[in-house]
Design a protein around this ligand. Structure first.
Ligand code: GDP
Ligand code: IMO
Ligand code: MG
Length: 435
């Protein structure tokens, strides 16, 4: 019984939500393992649109357990709001959701710390989602964080919170903002949140391992994308968690030996939200056209996404880091109107072709993309679900991406809906989904 990881092969927003929702039919559990409500995973089911932030996309399937793993950081207010929205849409959240007792808690002062840091006039901001994600992970790694289990234990929470609050008050004093943080009010509010989420909290590592031991299948849903991974991404313009395949084990308590396949999700082009190097970025009017055709606006913050061309060296790098068994290419239909489609096939730095992804951000910003133009197909592929129906140039484009990246394209997406998808029958992906 295959357990699979589905994760972003670029800078996020690749269409993970659509893919996970579609595949969740074949799994018993869907688990998030990192990030928090900085993610925005959009799922269309008929007329209904869902944007999942903290809760795994598997929550939408009857019979699937949705698991928020230990590696996720949870803002209880955001969680409760998302639960309420889903409940109002008819999803029985309480019975489908399990929340790790080891996940860390985001507090309002984490958002405040991020705002202060991002707002400093003497730095280039990262362009975060302003959700307090980074400062919450800082407290986790700094060993002063508060976990969901602590929040639920009223006798201990008070003392742990007071200790963390004292730490924040010291910093606030240094910034002359101590009167602005209602530390006592936050404590009371969080004790109330705890009552609401308590029934769903458990040891999710045990839940997942027990389920797998009894023959159940788990789908791991990545958030963000490999190039936003704190170790392997375009540091420091990254998120604060492990968005790569390795993060799935750390953030869920499932051993690497239980993972049977890793699936990368990539757009047929590429986008990025926030600051940071973007070698194949399209600054001209075609970039605006793609943004419009692909509706490339952040699902969490509404910010316009920066658009660019499929980046082969980047994909080869993210494939190396994650060990992709198969690639899913989404949003092929967005390229339908183009005469020619540039593909970034190499980078140059100081006149030399690079073999490896530069480590320093200052170099990443300077690298020059080398493009090869591929012919467009100039006809609609929207909604196609059969490979043979694709225009020849579209098939050639997809085959070209597979040959350049060295990874099979196991699935193509031609629209946001579940049925606007094709899984290649002879692919490794089809085999992994069937096993
Ligand atoms: P995620 O964060 O990786 O789940 O991706 P987002 O939901 O943030 O962004 C992907 C957007 O593209 C969503 O609005 C999806 O509904 C949409 N989408 C996904 N696949 C396709 C596709 O094949 N074609 C088109 N046109 N839209 C798609
Ligand atoms: P999904 O799961 C795209 C980006 C932010 C910013 C950087 C750090 O929908 O693909 P953070 O708030 O995480 O500290 O911000 O990471 N970012 C995302 N970009 N998709 C996401 O999630 C993202 N989550 C964070 O824009 O550049
Ligand atoms: Mg998104």
């Amino acid at each position: 019984m295959s357990n699979l990881i589905v994760l972003g092969a670029q800078w996020g927003d690749e269409g993970k939500g659509k893919v996970v929702d579609l595949f969740s039919e074949k799994f018993h559990l869907v688990a998030r393992y990192q990030g928090g409500h900085n993610a925005g995973h959009t799922v269309y089911i008929g007329e209904k649109k869902f944007v999942l932030k903290l809760i795994p996309s598997g929550i939408l399937r009857d019979g699937v357990k949705a698991v928020i793993g230990n590696g996720v950081v949870i803002d209880p207010a955001a969680l409760i709001e998302e639960m309420n929205t889903l409940t109002a849409a008819g999803i029985p959240v309480e019975s489908r959701l399990a929340i790790s007792n080891r996940a860390h808690v985001i507090f309002p002062f984490h958002r405040l710390a991020e705002k202060i840091s991002e707002g400093r006039s003497d730095r280039v901001p990262i362009g975060t989602t302003s959700r307090g994600i980074g400062p919450s992970y800082e407290d986790k790694i700094g060993r002063r964080g508060i976990r969901i289990a602590d929040l639920l234990d009223s006798s201990n929470f008070s003392a742990l919170y007071d200790e963390l609050a004292a730490d924040k008050a010291t910093i606030a004093k240094a910034f002359n903002i101590e009167n602005n943080i209602p530390l006592a009010d936050i404590k009371k509010q969080y004790q109330e949140y705890s009552d609401r989420i308590a029934p769903m909290v458990c040891d999710t590592a045990k839940l997942l391992n027990d389920a797998m031991n009894s023959g159940k299948r788990v789908l791991f849903e990545g958030a963000q994308g490999t190039m936003l991974d704190v170790d392997h991404g375009t540091y420091p313009f990254v998120t604060s968690s492990s968005a790569t395949a390795g993060g799935a084990c750390i953030g869920s308590g499932v051993p690497p030996t239980r993972i049977d396949g890793v699936i990368g999700v990539s757009k047929a082009y590429i986008t990025r939200v926030g600051s940071g190097a973007f070698p194949s970025e399209e600054h001209g009017p075609i970039g605006d056209r793609i943004r419009k055709a692909g509706n490339e606006f952040g699902s969490v913050t509404g910010r316009p996404r920066r658009c660019g061309w499929f980046d082969v060296p980047l994909l080869r790098y993210t494939s190396m880091i994650n060990g992709f068994d198969s690639l899913i290419i989404t949003k092929l239909d967005v390229l339908d109107d183009l005469d020619e489609i540039p593909v970034c096939i190499a980078y140059k730095l100081d006149g030399k072709i690079l073999d490896e992804m530069p480590v320093r951000h200052s170099d990443l910003e300077r690298i020059q993309p080398v493009f090869e133009n591929r012919p467009g197909w100039k006809q609609s592929t929207r909604g196609l679900s059969d490979y043979d129906e694709l225009p020849e140039a579209a098939r050639k484009y997809v085959d070209y991406l597979a040959s350049q990246t060295g990874v099979e394209v196991g699935c193509l997406s031609t629209g946001p809906e579940r049925n606007e998808t094709m899984v290649m029958p002879d692919s490794k992906l089809a085999q992994l989904l069937a096993d």
